[in-house]
Design a protein around this ligand. Structure first.
Ligand code: NAD
Length: 414
């Protein structure tokens, strides 16, 4: 049997949710497919003088709620099915966050680690030129994803502005601050996750002041999740990166670990902590577990060994579907990725709003708005999950699909 593609999995999840909420079959038929997928071939003059053609995609899943939104990744394993699946997941993430945006995603099949900065700039500009007819600050607003950052967003924005004849900062988000980025974007995903953990802790009767947490992946999401949790008094007893993990039952000083990683390249060998493996980190005795690295970390082989009371998915897809069921049976609450890490896209939404107004907010304003949005999103999902007696993941899907379908019906699509 052919291996399931990410798109097959995305459709399966949608179908599972459709059964729970008794979804109108006409809505399901529309939502199964992206509205549009554009394939492009981008000729790039390489540093050796030869032309090389790269393949790229932009998938626009659904725009019932607003313009398409979603990142662009540069990776050798990018496929059209992956980009289509990711665009559908973006539809659900934007919907569950309650923001007026739809779902999109893009990618280029390339290995940026083997390319010079000049080659990457020519590739980025070529890709944006090729998709320029379907993106725009009112149509489709890309953002960074795997192997892209503020640098690529600046090139995209510049390229698009050239065609328009004036600056269009709102055509992409995740830009550097000097050219229309938002305060608070760097910390946003970790902060949003922390807000959902605060809400979940109230429901589960966990006092964050006396709680312990373990964080897998000490990158952007893991670091800020750990920092904000520490600010609530939670002891971060374990953290890890791709080289391994560290543990201290009395709690780690997160800022000191971050400095150590910046100097040495890893958290491993941090003074005063015991070395552990990434597998051991996941099974650590703690109240809160935050997988914030890769997909498929908690699966049928280790779900039974998870000791945390609460798992908040910082990464996309760190819990395999078969593990969801095991955790649910064990009474462990999972805050699913489309909710737990939605602080990133929500602050991208704030960046876009600021660009359209050409008026910029302070960090405090961004934080206040983000916190309110995440609290509301969490409680909507929690109520939905309780109402249907389903886990939080399906609760989040149910909220997300409901909202998109209401918009589709109002607009007369069904
Ligand atoms: P990052 O590159 O900043 O950090 C990733 C971290 O994971 C690094 O510390 C890396 O060493 C570690 N890691 C890699 N392989 C590992 C392994 N096998 N075991 C343990 N740790 C490992 O990336 P990020 O931006 O923090 O993103 C992490 C995850 O969160 C990804 O799934 C990403 O899609 C998701 N996400 C990120 C954002 C965002 O705003 N950055 C938003 C939503 C979702």
């Amino acid at each position: 049997m052919a291996k399931k593609t990410p798109y097959d999995m995305a459709v399966e999840q949608l179908e599972k949710c459709a059964k729970i909420i008794d979804l109108d079959p006409n809505a399901l038929e529309i939502l199964r497919y992206p509205n549009r997928v554009l394939s492009v071939y981008i000729p790039v003059r390489m540093d050796n003088g030869k032309i090389k053609v790269f393949k790229g995609y932009r998938s626009q899943h659904n725009n019932a709620l607003g313009p398409y939104k979603g990142g662009i990744r540069y990776h050798p394993d990018v496929t059209i099915e992956e980009v289509m699946a990711l665009s559908m997941w973006m539809t659900w993430k934007c919907s569950v966050a309650g923001i007026p945006l739809g779902g999109g995603k893009g990618g280029i099949v390339c290995n940026p680690k083997e390319m010079s900065v000049g080659e990457l700039e020519r590739l980025s500009r070529g890709y944006f030129a090729a998709i320029s007819r379907i993106v725009g600050d009112k149509e489709d607003i890309p953002a960074p994803d795997v192997n892209t950052s503020g640098r690529e967003m600046a090139w995209f924005m510049d390229e698009y502005s050239k065609y328009s004849g004036y600056n269009v900062p709102g055509v992409v988000t995740g830009k550097p601050l000097d050219i229309g980025g938002s305060e608070g974007r760097t910390e946003a995903t970790g902060r949003g996750l922390w807000v959902t953990v605060c809400e979940a802790a109230k429901k589960k009767g966990i006092s964050l002041k006396n709680a312990t947490a373990a964080v897998q992946g000490f990158g952007n999401v893991g670091l800020y999740s750990a920092l904000f949790l520490s600010s609530s008094g939670t002891k971060i007893v374990a953290v890890s990166d791709s080289k391994g993990g560290i543990y201290n039952k009395d709690g780690l000083n997160v800022n000191a670990v971050a400095d150590f990683k910046a100097k040495t390249g890893s958290v491993v060998n941090f003074p005063g902590a015991k070395s552990i493996t990434n597998e051991e980190l996941l099974e650590t005795a703690c109240d809160i577990l935050i997988p914030a690295a890769l997909e498929n970390q908690i699966n049928a082989s280790n779900a039974d060994k998870i000791k945390a009371k609460l798992v908040a998915e910082g990464a996309n897809g760190p819990i395999a579907p078969e593990a969801d069921e095991i955790l649910f049976q064990k009474g462990i609450m999972v805050i699913p990725d489309i909710l737990a890490n939605a602080g990133g896209v929500s602050t991208s939404y704030f960046e876009w709003v600021q660009n359209l107004q050409n008026y910029y907010w302070t960090l405090e304003e961004v934080r206040t708005k983000l916190d309110a949005l995440m609290v509301k999103a969490f409680n909507n999902v929690y109520e939905k999950a309780n109402k249907h007696k389903i886990d939080m993941r399906m609760g989040a899907y149910a909220c997300a699909v409901d909202r998109v379908v209401r918009a589709m019906k109002l607009r007369g699509w069904i």
